[in-house]
Design a protein around this ligand. Structure first.
Ligand SMILES: [Zn+2]
Length: 549
């Protein structure tokens, strides 16, 4: 142990003549221009060849020199190298995390493996503190009030969001420091301590590539994990025990318990203490004073409000009435307006509908007149065809009429000729009739004429006396019938004798004549529309109407 202690005090580094640090392995044995980094006095390199014994620099002590021994340790320099490494490389390998039981014989429970932690930024010598509101803050300033200072890590790793993620303490031993652990519990940020060996710069760099020199001071996962006893025989892979680490975590957990207990005690003490009771009674009296004041103020406020309201309402009464009147007037005016508006709108709508109808009619007419030129042409052609067909019909009718007229004339001529022939024969025959017979015929004719006059008179008479004299009428009718029969007979006789004279029953040939005359007048009636249609046809063919559209 003594040798070890001695070894710990030995320096492995010294400055050369150029004040450049030099490691013992690179030095030549003896006084070759080496100087203490602390007191700058000369040193000599002690290079040993004995196994398990380290080489080192020691102060060269002249005879009779004062006995003020230099206590400088190159630890400061080695720590400087370590910090430089972390600031430059921004990475460190941290050990695996285990949960330890209170019972030494229980195995550790594995939580997380060892891993490399890389930082976005790295800062040295920051001071972490709690502000008055209890928020965690940090600063580069060194004159921070120690009352608020919580922790001053050698190195702090920050992530991308500028949040501190790891504290690194460069140290010579892993002995737990209660204050430090309590502060870390308060901060809740993972922290490790790293022992820097008395070694070459290259070996010091290697410290951060493995986790053998590194221990957890505080780990969130460890503190938040409860140790669960594992049944015997199922301890495979979890038998790891790191005594130093176990001690650190145990201390940290004890600290937490102690901290909580202290807090509870502190609160209890405060509650029991005279100053607290004084303060409490002061608070109570203050509260009752404030409450009383509040009540008074509320009363005053209420009263003032009531009187103000009264004043205001009196003052505003007149104005309110005026405003109300105005509102009424505006409302009635508006109502009139609305009524007028509705009426006007209805009028306009009516006119609009009417106009719309007219417009539609006009549009329809225009469309029917206009259409496409082709349509118009087709329509006019159809009209012309129609008219031509009608004209054709009329012409056929006229032809028929003319033919009828000619036929009638022919038959009339023929009839006249036959009549003349009969008259001639009759005259020839009459000349052949003896005087006595001729006289008898003449007498018969005379008698017939007389009877005829008498019959007409009878008819007139019977017509005037028919009503009321049905019986008489019937008799007279019978008489008349008899008379007619007689006349008929006489007529037949007369015809048999070819003497029809002026007998109207024989004049049916006149009917044919009249019918022919009617056809001629029909022709005149037809002829007039025919002329009209001919004119229309001429007009259509001229195409004048095309200019109308
Ligand atoms: Zn020295």
């Amino acid at each position: 142990m003594i040798a070890n202690h001695k070894e710990n005090l030995q320096n492995r580094y010294a400055n050369n003549v150029q004040s450049t640090p030099i490691y013992i392995d690179d030095a030549e044995s003896g006084r070759k221009g080496y100087y203490c980094m602390g007191c700058t006095r000369e040193m000599e390199a002690v290079k040993t060849k004995i196994v398990d014994r380290a080489s080192y620099f020691r102060h060269y002590v002249k005879k009779n020199s004062p006995k003020n021994r230099c206590t400088y340790s190159d630890k400061t320099y080695r720590h400087k190298l370590a910090k430089e490494n972390l600031l430059t490389n921004k990475r460190i390998k941290v050990p695996a995390v285990y949960k330890y039981s209170n019972n030494d014989s229980d195995p550790a429970i594995f939580i997380k493996p060892a891993k490399i932690i890389e930082a976005q930024t790295v800062h040295a010598k920051l001071s972490f503190y709690e502000d008055e509101s209890g928020n965690i803050k940090w600063t580069k300033a060194t004159d921070i009030d120690t009352e608020y200072l919580l922790y001053k890590p050698d190195i702090t790793f920050f992530d991308k969001t500028d949040t501190p993620i790891l504290f690194i303490d460069i140290t010579t031993s892993h002995k737990p420091d209660k204050d430090k652990l309590v502060s870390l519990l308060r901060l809740g940020i993972d922290a490790v301590s790293v022992i820097i060996p008395k070694a070459s710069p290259a070996e010091i760099d290697q410290v951060f590539e493995h986790s053998q020199n590194t221990k957890w001071l505080y780990n969130k996962d460890e503190i938040n994990t409860e140790y669960i006893r594992v049944p015997n025989g199922n301890t495979k892979g979890i038998s790891h025990i790191d005594k130093e680490q176990r001690q650190l975590f145990a201390e940290s957990n004890r600290c937490r318990k102690a901290q909580i207990n202290n807090l509870i005690r502190a609160i209890g003490k405060v509650l029991e203490s005279q100053p607290y009771r004084d303060t409490e009674s002061k608070f109570e009296s203050e509260i009752s004073r404030v409450e009383k004041n509040t009540e008074e103020l509320q009363d005053r406020l209420f009263n003032e409000e009531a009187s103000l309201r009264e004043k205001l309402s009196t003052k505003l009464e007149g104005e309110t009435r005026a405003v109300d009147d105005e509102i009424d007037e505006i409302q009635s005016r508006y109502a009139n307006l609305e009524e007028r508006y509705i009426r006007k709108r209805e009028d306009l709508e009516g006119n609009g509908t009417e106009l719309l109808g007219s417009i539609r009619n006009l549009q329809y007419e225009i469309r029917s007149i206009s259409g496409s030129p082709e349509e118009r042409e087709i329509n006019h052609r159809k009209e012309a065809d129609d008219i031509e067909r009608k004209i054709g019909d009329i012409e056929i009718n006229i032809d028929g009429v003319i033919a009828d007229r000619e036929a009638s004339k022919r038959s009339y001529d023929e009839h006249i000729r036959q009549e003349k022939d009969k008259i001639r024969k009759d005259e020839e025959c009459r000349e052949g009739i003896p005087e006595s017979s001729r006289r008898r015929i003449l007498e018969m004719v005379d008698k017939y004429r007389k009877e005829e006059v008498k019959i007409v008179d009878n008819i007139k008479r019977s017509e005037s006396t028919r009503e009321g004299f049905a019986e008489q009428s019937k008799r007279e009718e019978d008489e008349l019938r008899e008379e007619f029969e007689t006349i008929d007979k006489s007529s037949a006789k007369a015809i048999e004798n070819a003497n029809f004279g002026e007998n109207p029953y024989l004049s049916e040939q006149y009917e044919a004549m009249l019918s022919a005359e009617r056809l001629v007048s029909d022709y005149i009636v037809y002829h007039s529309p025919f002329t009209r249609l001919t004119k229309i046809k001429e007009f259509i063919n001229s195409g004048v109407f095309k200019n109308w559209v």
